[in-house]
Design a binder for this molecule. Sequence first.
Ligand code: ADP
Ligand code: ASP
Ligand code: MG
Length: 437
Amino acid sequence: MKILKFGGTSVGSAQRIKGLLDIVNPSERQIVVLSAVAGTTNALVEIGQAFLAGKKEEALELTKQHKHKYELLIKELFATEQGLAKGQNLIDYHFNYIASLGNEMFTPVEEKIILAQGELLSTTLFHFHLEEIGVPSVLLPALDFMKIDEDNEPMVEYIGEKLTNLLSIHPNNTLFITQGYICRNSFGEIDNLRRGGSDYTASLIGAAIQADEVQIWTDIDGMHNNDPRVVKNTTPIAHLSFDEAAELAYFGAKILHPQSVFPAQRYNVPVRLLNTMDPQASGTLISKDGGQTGQIRAIAAKDGITAIHINSSRMLLAYGFLRKVFEIFERYKTPIDMITTSEVAVSLTIDDTRNLGDIIKEVEDFGKVRVDHNQTIVCVVGDFSANTHGYAARVLDAVKHLPLRMVSYGGSDYNVSILLDTEHKTEALRSLHNRLF
Ligand code: ADP
Ligand code: ASP
Ligand code: MG
């Protein structure tokens, strides 16, 4: 069984939704995971924010405007009166529901319900389109099997059991469709896997049912060796290891959701990144044995980083100091990305600043604290194992004209990370690209 995930651009118009059948072979057993139509989740975020802020009129106006886009889409998607009527009923239902949520006490719970409507719409529209042209398919509601626990961690075994049961009800069907991104949380409420989460859905499904392969279909021909939005002349990488891909996704390569590699890696399911606009392109294969020794493979950057520097003479020759510091971050469920230490100081970075104020108050008990906002982690992935030499020096040489805040080397065999002010990011990525490739 294969899992094929199509991102927002790949279902971005009626033409593209119809074009999915150029890639999806309905007679092969597979689960197709769809994102919301491009732009929809952003619009739903805006609508939810407006309701939350008490700006009901604005929210309703945005809802109306967005519904209109779907009215144009279904006119192109459906060829028959009957198909069009079904499409119209569907969008009436979802957009009326969104509007009606503004009548109740609007909380983050309702906001998440609104965010879920995009994937519910795109998958049902595809299903109705297939029905209209006589291609059998089964809609699998993600809300019936995709679940996260109280720590927001996906429950892979639960997902596997539920999904296997759902699939077994349809032994003669081959084409299954489900929603990316959306899930239920430990309270049973509608929730999501964070922005870009459809990749994560695909990988979780692949892991949960031990699929043969997960394919992520998007608008570019695989993982490039640098951010194509910032640097010219980037090139796709044919083969990456899970570790390399995880590092790149985590540190900003937007083509993959930050956590999406881990389930596939844990259950050893290969992941292919492929281009909907150029299906023949070979893309990137991510698998166990994808690494290449003696090479620098790729560069990525993650913005929105906050650095915390703690200077404390109590650290000198003391044990247990770092544990106490880390415990504070653990208590506030705030992951730390990068760490550097000296004998009397420790610097670390976070990207989730929701509890920054409380964390700082507690950390101040240990010594002098400085906080730097608007930082970027630039991550260089390649073979930095102990038996290679000169690579780290080449990385640092490429950014020697820029002020570096932190450098992390030796944490893993395949990564060097640099922290700098976000204003220097573009120059850092370009200079590294020119010097390393
Ligand atoms: P989708 O909507 O299909 O999930 P995304 O926009 O999330 O697509 O991801 C694809 C985009 O990721 C590309 O269009 C590209 O601009 C961006 N991107 C950033 N870094 C990389 C990289 N290293 N390789 C490929 N694409 C990248
Ligand atoms: N639709 C969601 C988003 O835009 C999930 C996804 O596209 O992967 O973030
Ligand atoms: Mg994406």
